[in-house]
Design a protein around this ligand. Structure first.
Ligand SMILES: C[S@@+](CC[C@H](N)C(=O)[O-])C[C@H]1O[C@@H](n2cnc3c(N)ncnc32)[C@H](O)[C@@H]1O
Length: 264
């Protein structure tokens, strides 16, 4: 039977589009309880898998995921990684560039060798990139805004305790211009700066670039993965290229992974 559906706060419209395509199938799966795990995984399949599968292919950056309500299990570096999400903020849910970056780091260990390296992650969100970098042997400082830190810390600690040589640190770092006072470069030196999906519609893009520049010293490599969505993102990409010697490490459609080193 046809159902009338009202979506409130439709945003990108993905839910409505998916609902139109999937509603009857979804409904059957859930009410029929033929495969409860599959029904529980629907949210994740809709957000990450449906579009590529509709195109007849799964991009390289999609991890094998078994989803349940409240937590997702990812598999990188030979290990299951359990990530809890919440609805609190942008940083409390997984974004696609995190998956792209984790796949890239896991599959290109010679090109980007993180073993024993000092790594800073900006806008770490749920912590998956920090966890994967730590499992790959890096000493990671994972940073984000204060409101994200408790979930970030729990995810990072749960998945790295007893598995990593270097215990990752989780700290507040708000992008800005005052970093020479709060994070002097004489003390805070990193081999790699990692950032996934930190460029989207927000008011701190100049501060984000200033932060990347602040931490990118001679010998530092910035690896920035982003799904390019809007005009804003292209402007930031142009500014990133002006600020750093830039190369494209990987791309899959609008998913891009850039590498930058400092110009001075
Ligand atoms: C879209 S989320 C991406 C999260 C994670 N990297 C991922 O890919 O799943 C953007 C992240 O940047 C953080 N963020 C946004 N504005 C920030 C700011 N001004 N200073 C520091 N972090 C910020 C958010 O809290 C959030 O965790």
């Amino acid at each position: 039977m046809d159902k009338a559906v009202l979506e409130i706060g439709a945003g990108t419209g993905l839910v409505s589009e998916s609902t139109m395509n999937l509603f009857s199938e979804t409904h059957e799966r859930i009410t029929g309880q033929t495969d409860q795990a599959e029904a529980q995984g629907l949210k994740r399949h809709v957000s990450l898998m449906q579009k590529p599968e509709q195109q007849g292919r799964v991009p390289a950056w999609v991890s094998s995921i078994q989803s349940t309500f409240g937590k997702d299990v990812y598999h990188y570096v030979g290990q299951d990684i359990v990530i809890y999400e919440s609805i609190d903020s942008y940083g409390a849910v997984m974004w696609p560039a995190a998956l792209a970056l984790c796949s890239f780091l896991d599959n290109n260990r010679d090109e980007v060798n993180l073993q024993g390296k000092e790594v800073l992650e900006l806008g770490a969100g749920t912590g998956l990139v920090t966890i994967v970098a730590s499992l790959l042997g890096a000493s990671v400082t994972s940073t984000d805004l204060p409101e994200v830190l408790s979930n970030l810390r729990a995810n990072v600690m749960r998945n790295t305790r007893k598995h990593c040589r270097h215990t990752p640190q989780v700290e507040v770092l708000s992008w800005g211009y005052d970093l020479e006072r709060t994070h002097p470069t004489s003390i805070y030196r990193y081999d790699y700066i990692l950032a996934a999906d930190v460029v989207y519609h927000h008011d701190f893009l100049d501060e984000l670039l200033a932060t990347m520049k602040h931490f990118c010293l001679p010998g530092t490599t910035v690896i920035w993965a982003n799904k390019v969505r809007m005009e804003n993102d292209l402007t930031f990409t142009g500014n990133f290229k002006k600020a750093f010697h830039t190369s494209l490490l990987a791309e899959d459609g609008d998913m891009k992974i850039f590498m930058g080193t400092c110009r001075h």
